[in-house]
Write a protein that binds this ligand. Structure first.
Ligand code: GDD
Length: 324
């Protein structure tokens, strides 16, 4: 019988790549979608529109993390072997504007899910998408699974709460529950208000002549960026191992927002100096520092690596914008 996976946040960037990976491994995939999600325009549209997939190997269920009854019902009905919990408000800048709903969804939503899993007769394995933002301003770089949490924004604080709860339920209630501590991961399907996609889209639009300038916040900010396809493979691998533990998924290399700008503009033969301006509206009240991951546990235990270079990632995203 096909193994069954339930994915929260299935319509997002990570959810769509993970769904493709799981379908490729002959899983039956069930996705949780909010009533407000638009499937017509979502990243799942090609799978949703494919009659050999949707309703046969891919199923979508309406439920909400802040409506436990609906989610419990889906869990009972599907009885998944694996749950991938990817849902949540994922924009760090926005979390300063809407801290309560960010925490409600990301922190309390995860706790509610853990409570539901704990009550099931045979709890499924759980992957929780934690974030490098739990480290905020860490005492050491690179960070690993032992680095203390020190978040500097509401999003990071919510993820730190959720990640700690996953650890507690793993130890106290013996759930097979894993935190994937994910550093920034990007792709042509990245949301348009995240910085890599914003820059790659703008470079292509300026090349085509439909945009003239690009307004950015702090371009000296540095991040550890990789390709989402690698990171969803890490999610799956972490649930196949015989024991549950946390893993850092990262490239281990830091680049600045300025590096993204230069790589994207170079890919379309433009001089960024003529088009890029700083705009205070995109600056954040606090920036994390030195968020760079040490993925050696994932490499050693799971055989995982971030296989796409920064240059190939940004160039590929920019060229995809030109084609799209
Ligand atoms: N979004 C955005 N827009 N960011 C900008 C801009 C801008 O115009 N200008 C500069 N930046 C800087 C941000 O201040 C930040 O330092 C960096 O670019 C990256 O911002 P984002 O792409 O929005 O990502 P993030 O690092 O805040 O968060 C992402 O990665 C986390 C993992 O480390 C998100 O995907 C989170 O959900 C994820 O957990």
């Amino acid at each position: 019988m096909a193994r069954k996976a339930l994915v929260t946040g299935i319509t997002g960037q990570d959810g769509s790549y993970l769904t493709e990976l799981l379908l490729g491994k002959a899983y039956e995939v069930h996705g949780v979608v909010r009533r407000t999600s638009s499937l017509e325009r979502s990243r799942l549209q090609p799978l949703y529109a494919d009659p050999t997939t949707y309703g046969k190997r891919l199923f979508l269920h309406y439920a909400d993390l802040d409506d436990p009854t609906t989610l419990r019902r889906v869990l009972m009905k599907v009885a998944p072997d694996e749950v991938y919990h990817l849902a949540g408000q994922s924009h760090v800048g926005l979390s300063f504007e809407i801290p309560e709903s960010t925490c409600e969804m990301t922190a309390m939503g995860t706790l509610r899910l853990l409570e539901m899993l704990r009550d099931l007769p045979t709890p499924p394995r759980l992957f929780h998408a934690a974030s490098s933002e739990i480290f905020g301003r860490p005492a050491n770089a690179p960070q690993n699974e032992e680095t203390p949490f020190n978040p500097v924004n509401p999003y990071g604080a919510a993820k730190a709460f959720a990640a700690q709860m996953v650890r507690i339920y793993r130890e106290a209630h013996r759930l097979f529950a894993v935190n994937g501590i994910l550093y920034n991961h990007e792709s042509p399907r990245r949301g348009e208000n995240f910085v890599t996609r914003k820059i790659c889209r703008a470079a292509a639009a300026i090349r085509r002549g439909t945009q003239s300038e690009l307004l950015l916040g702090d371009t000296s900010a540095r991040r550890d960026w990789g390709h989402t396809q690698d990171y969803v493979l890490g999610m799956w691998l972490s649930l196949q191992h015989e024991t549950a533990q946390d893993y850092v998924f990262a490239s281990g290399v830091l680049h600045s927002v300025q590096d993204v700008v230069e790589t994207a503009f170079q890919a379309v033969d433009l001089d960024w100096r003529a088009h890029v301006r700083q705009d205070a509206r995109f600056m954040r009240p606090a920036e994390p520092l030195q968020l760079v991951g040490d993925p050696s546990r994932a490499r050693r235990v799971l055989g995982w690596t971030a296989s796409t270079s920064f240059e190939d990632l940004i160039r590929g995203m920019t060229l995809a914008e030109l084609e799209g």
